[in-house]
Design a protein around this ligand. Sequence first.
Ligand SMILES: [Zn+2]
Length: 169
Amino acid sequence: MKNKSILLANSIWFNNNTGEEILANNTWITDKLEKIGYPISKPLSSSCLKDLLTLRTIILEILSNKDISSKQTIINTYLAKATYTPMIINKDDTTLNLWKCESNEEDQLISEITQDLVTLFSENIIEHVKTCSNDECKDYFLDNSKNKSKKFCSSKCGNLIKVRRHRAK
Ligand SMILES: [Zn+2]
């Protein structure tokens, strides 16, 4: 699944490009989450949308500084919005253990976006979070390539720049 903290960070570019605050648009958020396999059952409340806005500001700062340690207190507050209980389930003759979330959907969402952010640091992959070399995009992305040579968030941006360079010749 896509890293939700990067997804939230990238929603800022909608503001820069269109002046519209995309995080006020519940349909956009619901669609986006659905697309990455994280469906939510109902539109988010205004207090959750406010949390997302604040969280985005913090994530943007952390991604650009590549430092999370100075934000430990606030990060822990967001993480603690969800509580989990360990449990087992039996499925097709196998026993699986999992953590059942006891919190409501919105608190779980805020916590899990923050957990995704923390993962970038705990798994030491923050250095591989880059910004797209297409100046009109500038989206953050996680470079999963073997030699970490990716410059664009997507093949769409990569092809666009390639075509432009070709034309400029
Ligand atoms: Zn891009």
